[in-house]
Design a binder for this molecule. Structure first.
Ligand code: NAD
Ligand code: TDX
Length: 336
């Protein structure tokens, strides 16, 4: 059995990756280390919790006593665990530095002690490039993060690289664009807007709605990671972009259409502080290795909207019964 340690595997992308990995690789045993923060939920793993090839460990990547032995036992580490929401990093950045930077440091230190480790995948993000007015970011571009989340991720991205350059830890760094799909926490634009629309609540569009994000289906992300784990080159950075650059205002109209609602639900609200105008990833490097995104955005978005419509059991408890979620929504958007 190949021993794979996934961190943050109870979150959005991590849980999709765990499911994908168990289905795709019969010879993988996945250990899933997750702190179960507000964003990490056992519900995300409901169909794989009892799989004998999946072991869930409830723990913190910052805790070396817990995380260290798991890293030391692994053949591959796929490190997703992070604080991930830009708006929360604008409200309070401390936990972003703690988890995203220090947590990565704890894992990398342990990786130094594991001579049989074959791959340490540092999951970074397109946000490390900062706002891109024109053209597309390539892997060698300067990093210009512009919000505390992005800066924390950039710190971890370069720290991971340094452990390859200095200590020969078999690190690859991946920078993906905005993911969408099932099990995304309803603070991010797509699940927030879909679930609000279903309840005829307004959808708060920041600024003029002209900001552009490049949408990547979460399963296309998983497939790219799988390819990179097997054929990537240590010390290298890989962009993973969906090639679907869409303005937020256009995305919002499409979501409302799919949800069977009208544009009257759109509520223009104050802009996000330091709001990056555009992200755009050049993906020639990954495409040269044989990867192409397989999910057309129209289809993927329609299916994703349908998933939230069909899975109210998954999101209603968060939106209706979690006091921390309600407090966050009020702090971010004001009282309804
Ligand atoms: P998420 O917020 O849905 O999940 C994060 C997970 O990490 C949760 O399960 C949470 O409990 C866990 N976690 C947080 N702190 C932890 C800690 N100290 N110890 C152990 N577990 C901890 O995030 P996501 O959207 O799935 O993102 C996963 C990764 O992908 C992150 O590293 C993020 O920066 C990166 N990324 C995300 C996107 C995107 O569009 N969502 C795009 C590019 C990169
Ligand atoms: O209520 C909202 N209204 C709105 O207009 C929210 C939540 C967002 N937006 C805008 C801001 C962004 O331009 O929508 C766009 C997408 O916002 P988010 O879903 O918060 O994602 P973003 O800030 O682009 O960051 C995401 O992609 C990169 C993930 O959250 C990060 O973890 C990832 O690294």
């Amino acid at each position: 059995m190949t021993k794979v340690l996934v961190t943050g595997g109870a979150g959005f992308i991590g849980s999709n990756f765990v499911r994908y990995a168990l289905q795709t690789h019969a010879d993988w045993h996945v250990t899933n280390l997750d702190k179960l923060t507000y964003a990490g939920r056992r519900e995300n793993l409901h169909d794989v919790m009892d799989d004998p090839r999946h072991s869930f460990v409830h723990g913190d990547i910052c805790n070396a006593a817990v995380a260290g032995p798991l890293v030391e036992a692994a053949d591959y580490v796929v490190h997703f665990a992070a604080e991930t929401h830009v708006d929360r990093s604008i409200m309070a950045a401390g936990v972003f530095l703690k988890t995203d930077v220090e947590g990565s440091f704890v894992l990398l230190e342990a990786a130094r002690r594991n001579p049989k480790l074959q791959r340490f995948v540092q999951i970074s993000t397109d946000e490390v490039y900062g706002s891109v007015p024109e053209g597309s970011s390539t892997e060698t571009d300067e990093l210009r993060p512009r919000n505390p989340y992005a800066a924390s991720k950039a710190g971890a991205d370069r720290l991971a690289y340094s452990y390859w350059a200095t200590h020969d830890v078999p690190v690859i760094v991946t920078r993906a664009s905005n993911n969408y799909g099932p099990y995304q926490f309803p603070e991010k634009i797509i699940p927030l807007f879909v679930t609000n629309a279903m309840d005829d609540l307004q959808v708060p569009l920041y600024g003029d709605g002209g900001n552009v994000r490049d949408w990547l289906h979460v399963l296309d992300h998983c497939r790219a990671l799988d390819l990179l784990i097997h054929t990537g080159k240590n010390g290298e950075v890989y962009n993973i972009g969906g090639g679907n650059e869409v303005k937020n205002v256009d995305l919002t109209h499409t979501i409302l259409e799919h949800a069977g609602k009208t544009a009257s639900l759109i509520k223009p609200v104050a802009d996000r502080k330091g709001h990056d105008r555009r992200y755009s990833l050049g993906t020639a490097k990954l495409q040269g290795m044989g990867w192409q995104p397989q999910v057309p955005f129209d289809e993927g978005l329609r299916e994703t909207v349908a998933w939230y419509q069909a899975n109210e059991w998954w999101w209603r408890p968060i939106k209706e019964r979690d006091p921390a979620y309600k407090a966050y929504i009020e702090a971010q958007y004001g009282k309804r």
